[in-house]
Design a protein around this ligand. Structure first.
Ligand SMILES: Cc1cc2nc3c(=O)[nH]c(=O)nc-3n(C[C@H](O)[C@H](O)[C@H](O)COP(=O)(O)O)c2cc1C
Length: 204
């Protein structure tokens, strides 16, 4: 495989993607933002429902998010509080932040379609929505890497999800993640990963 062929470029981006928590004071172009959002929207989704929404926040709304996260951090025990403060710093330093929410549309669509017991349907389709949005997020992260952009998937804001969604004006749906996007302040260090052989079992 030659390094400029699309397959090897995709693999390179997957390999090179790192969680970056501190960003340069440098804007992300509208074109790059649209490219990574389009890549996210190309992800597989259960019943092809694309049950995700992306809210792109910058400027004053981003500042309000930082203030919210800092204010709420004090309400949690140390470990969560430290992670929330770290998240606030990442959001502050990134020029743009993408908030991902699940719409809940798959839950209502699937519950009607499958006519299975309500609790089972809720559990099933909620899980399918989370998995679909996770695929979209990974597409976004890898696409960003391939454009030289840095990102971090912030799940810790789940702890204050209702406040975050309220700030986004998103009444319906479920919080999924917050993703600061920008240019890395310094190169990401690869964390030690468990060898993939440990994760795979082969069966014939
Ligand atoms: C579901 C999920 C939630 C995460 N939440 C956070 C978070 O709240 N704060 C953070 O700094 N990193 C968060 N991360 C990033 C992980 O810490 C990171 O992926 C891991 O340490 C491996 O590093 P790498 O992404 O550079 O390979 C999250 C990642 C995932 C997939």
């Amino acid at each position: 495989m030659c390094v400029s062929d699309p397959a090897s470029m995709t693999l390179q981006a997957i390999e090179q993607r790192r969680s970056i928590r501190s960003f340069m004071d440098h804007p992300v172009s509208e074109e790059d933002l649209l490219t990574i959002l389009r890549a996210a929207n190309q992800a597989p989704s259960a019943h092809n429902q694309q049950s995700w929404r992306f809210v792109v926040i910058r400027g004053q709304r981003k500042k309000e998010l930082v203030d919210l996260v800092k204010a709420k951090a004090g309400e949690f025990p140390k470990a969560a509080s430290v992670l929330l403060r770290m998240a606030a710093r990442s959001i502050h330093s990134a020029p743009v932040v993408v908030v991902v929410a699940n719409t809940g549309e798959l839950i209502s669509h699937g519950t009607e379609l499958f006519q299975i017991e309500r609790d089972q349907a809720l559990d099933f389709f909620k899980t399918m929505e989370i998995q679909s949005s996770a695929a979209a997020i990974q597409n976004l992260l890898v696409a960003a890497t391939s454009l030289g952009l840095a990102t971090v998937w912030l799940g810790i804001l789940f702890l204050i999800k209702d406040d975050v969604l309220r700030l986004m004006g998103e009444q319906a749906g479920e919080f999924m993640a917050v993703i600061p996007v920008g240019y890395a302040a310094k190169p990401g260090k690869a964390p030690k990963k468990i060898d993939f052989e440990m994760m795979v079992e082969w069966m014939d």
